[in-house]
Ligand binder design. Structure first.
Ligand SMILES: Cc1cc2nc3c(=O)[nH]c(=O)nc-3n(C[C@H](O)[C@H](O)[C@H](O)COP(=O)(O)OP(=O)(O)OC[C@H]3O[C@@H](n4cnc5c(N)ncnc54)[C@H](O)[C@@H]3O)c2cc1C
Ligand code: SF4
Length: 532
């Protein structure tokens, strides 16, 4: 069946809402076990053969990166009313593959301390599971995503086997940074990447286009279309351009009975199933629950705690960069090959986690320079020779603790193309996070100075922005009064509603979240299968 047939599936065992990595992995796993699975996806199915064209469009200065995947129309309307503007449509993609169509593909496991942060430092909350509980699922997730990595990180949590694929070699500028770091007693190591360092299952190895974000034309970078396609091969059905409007429940209020979705012809349909999996991302998950209010649940579904939408978190960016008086060979690869987790674990509550990154795309690329000037021939060449090749830069992801006032709620007036209230992201920066960003900047400055760089810019607490990792809005816990889902990822309130997403993270650490999302999705699939 293709996405063009948008009628409901009769007798479905599982209805999955959203075709990103969380939805794709759950659907693939359950379809492989023989269950009848239907995925409802708000966005379209993009044609893979258009990827080269999209890449070319993305490197032209006239096109913002959001337009590459069609984000930003009335379908994607949103509000941002907190102290800090939240650029939601730069932080997600709607379509089969979800935000992994656009992502960078860095995939680390959380550290053991992330699971017990409150016990260890008094900040945030403990997870209702330990690193050891998730450890087998992390290994499974690394295999599913095809992670290239090395066991050279002395700060990483224990692992049982090597990564499925060898790590990418460090870039040239990584070697410059490594020397400076060694002088300062800072240990550097490789970055696990969800991109193929060797060809696998007929997918090609990375060929170094360097445009990973927002599009990898070769398909070497993992995206969730891989699992969605595999689920379909096992018999799952995908209905694209089918935004779910609300979830309905039975008279007892204990089970979800249907996902009501709209189709492009202006009609609405009811998809019934025995189990429902909400995998619409960290912002649309709480929004859909809030939109699903009923007489019995006037504050929204699964919201007896009143916490749906609360504790919204993202990682903050801290950065610094400048130039050296020697070549640094930037933009040869579009992804990071070295980082340091030395400042990740926290001794006390004085600061949050910091993940230091050594960037390989500092300064403009020659293509960007050529396309953005108004000169030609020798003049252009000279400008590029002058401006390209001596830049260096460092980034960092910084942890933001969960705060109740940071939240996703329904906007009281603004509506989307279906007349539903848009998500309103209320987001602010607290003192603890500011301190952590300042500390990250301090470390970055020390390293750049040791390297002899002329520091030209710093992104500190006042200029920072989000890393596009939505977390925390349907938090997980053992107590139904202080959390939305239990450690099996099932909502406390409804017996057949599962949320395998970063929206369940009680704390967010400072690691890119998708490997943990994938591990949770595989765990959630096991629990759903136990009930079917
Ligand atoms: C620029 C960028 C760079 C990133 N880099 C990294 C990185 O290096 N490493 C990392 O770990 N993470 C990264 N991320 C984050 C990563 O992409 C997300 O963590 C991940 O995709 C989330 O997976 P998900 O399945 O929960 O949600 P999504 O991938 O957002 O998928 C949700 C899907 O649900 C659909 N949906 C939404 N509402 C509805 C509805 N009502 N009905 C039906 N369908 C609906 C959406 O259309 C979407 O397809 C990056 C993100 C961006 C934007
Ligand atoms: S560098 Fe590799 S992963 Fe990135 S766009 Fe190129 S082929 Fe894809």
């Amino acid at each position: 069946m293709t996405g063009a047939d948008r009628q409901p599936t009769e007798g479905a065992d599982v209805c999955v809402v959203g075709a990103g990595p969380a939805g794709g992995l759950v659907a693939d796993r359950l379809a492989r076990e023989g269950y009848d699975v239907v995925i409802l996806e708000a966005g379209p199915r993009f044609d893979e053969s258009d990827r080269e064209q999209r890449m070319e469009r993305s490197i032209r200065p006239a096109h913002g990166p959001n337009s590459v995947w069609g984000m930003g129309g009335p379908r994607d309307a949103y509000a941002s009313t907190g102290d800090r503007h939240y650029p939601l449509n730069a932080a997600r993609v709607k379509g089969v593959g979800g935000s992994t169509l656009h992502w960078q593909g860095m995939v680390m496991r959380l550290h053991e301390q992330d699971f017990e942060l409150e016990s260890a430092t008094g900040v945030g909350a403990d997870w209702p599971m330990s690193y050891d509980d998730l450890r087998p699922y992390y290994a499974d997730a690394e295999n599913e995503l095809g992670v290239a990595g090395a066991s050279d990180n002395p700060f990483a949590p224990p692992r049982e086997q090597p990564h499925p694929l060898p790590a990418f070699p460090p870039s040239y500028s990584d070697s410059l940074f490594a020397e400076a770091c060694e002088e300062l007693g800072i240990t550097t190591h490789s970055v696990p990447n969800a991109r193929l360092s060797e060809s696998r299952n007929e997918r090609s190895a990375c060929v170094g286009y360097g445009t990973c974000q927002p599009v990898c034309p070769s398909g070497a970078k993992y995206d969730a279309t891989i699992h969605v396609a595999r689920a379909e091969q096992q018999g799952a059905r995908v209905v694209d351009r089918a935004p779910v409007q609300r979830l309905e429940h039975d008279d007892s209020g204990e089970r979800v009975t249907a996902a009501v979705y709209a189709t492009p012809d202006g009609t609405e349909h009811r998809q019934e199933a025995r189990e429902f999996v909400l995998a619409a991302g960290g912002v649309e998950n709480p929004r859909l629950l809030l939109l699903s209010e009923s007489e019995q649940y006037p504050d929204g579904l699964a919201n007896s705690s009143g916490l749906v939408g609360r504790y919204f978190m993202d990682h903050l960016f801290a950065g610094a960069g400048g130039t050296l008086d020697e070549p640094t060979r930037q933009n040869h690869v579009g992804f990071n090959t070295t980082e340091s987790h030395q400042f990740y674990d926290r001794p006390d509550d004085s600061r949050g986690a910091i993940k230091l990154e050594f960037l390989n795309y500092a300064g403009p690329s020659p293509v960007e320079m050529a396309l953005s000037g108004d000169d030609w021939g020798d003049a252009m060449l000279e400008r590029i020779r002058d401006g390209y090749g001596t830049h260096v830069a460092m980034g960092a992801l910084v942890e933001q603790p969960p705060r109740k006032e940071n939240r996703v709620r329904l906007h009281p007036e603004r509506t989307d193309d279906h007349g539903n209230p848009v998500p309103d992201v209320v987001w602010s920066l607290d003192e603890y996070t500011r301190r952590t960003i300042e500390r990250a900047n301090e470390i970055q400055r020390e390293i750049l100075e040791e390297l002899g760089a002329d520091i030209e810019w710093t992104v500190g607490p006042d200029a920072t922005g989000p890393a596009f990792h939505h977390m925390g809005t349907t938090r997980m816990g053992n107590d139904p009064e202080t959390s939305v889902v239990n450690p099996q990822l099932r909502t406390h309130d409804l017996q057949n509603l599962t949320i395998p997403s970063s929206s369940v993270f009680p704390t967010g650490g400072a690691m890119n979240p998708t490997l943990t999302i994938a591990a949770l999705a595989l765990k959630a699939a096991d629990h759903v299968a136990e009930r079917l």
